[in-house]
Design a protein around this ligand. Structure first.
Ligand SMILES: [Zn+2]
Ligand SMILES: [Zn+2]
Ligand SMILES: [Zn+2]
Length: 164
């Protein structure tokens, strides 16, 4: 799993290419274009928004190629997929800045704007679920449930929608 010293938004093209190579992936135009589009966006992007970004950058890829590339980036840990509950996946670059080789811990919460659907990573936060101090250990306790994936969504209004 590749990890980079800088945050996703600050990564240079050289770093993006290095990340692809470190993941054992060839540097292709479409992979780089999608990574650039994700890097440039403050919010996580869905495939439609990505199409628009790619078109604006003069890159034309069909939807199948975009999805296939996104799956490749997600499988390699370069990007992650967020399902904010509206059945439209959003994608964002993953921040491996604080990871070490073989140890990845960045299951962060996501903010979802209920007005415009914007999804944003809260990379520097983690959610820890623990039983209440005085609670008896019951079968419902997370201690008896092996958690394989964590998905925490914080619903509300983004800065832009809250202004009006
Ligand atoms: Zn990591
Ligand atoms: Zn909004
Ligand atoms: Zn995220």
């Amino acid at each position: 799993m590749p990890h980079s010293a800088s945050s996703p938004a600050a990564r240079t093209d050289v770093e993006l290419k290095a990340q692809l190579r470190a993941a054992g992936l060839r540097v292709t135009g479409i992979r780089l274009s999608i990574m650039r589009a994700l890097r440039a966006s403050r919010t996580a992007l869905d495939a439609t928004a990505l199409d628009e970004q790619l078109a604006a950058a003069g890159e034309h890829a069909d939807r199948v190629t975009v999805y296939r590339t996104l799956n490749t980036l997600v499988d390699s840990g370069i990007a992650h997929r967020i399902d904010p509950g509206d059945r439209i996946f959003r994608y964002s670059l993953t921040d491996h800045a604080h990871c070490t080789e073989g140890h990845h811990e960045h299951e962060h919460p996501h903010m979802v704007c209920d007005a415009c659907g914007a999804v944003e990573c809260i990379e520097d936060a983690e959610v820890v679920i623990k039983p209440r101090a005085k609670a008896e250990t019951t079968p419902r306790s997370p201690r008896k449930f092996r958690i394989t994936q964590q998905s925490v969504l914080l619903h509300g209004m983004c800065e832009r929608c809250g202004e009006t």
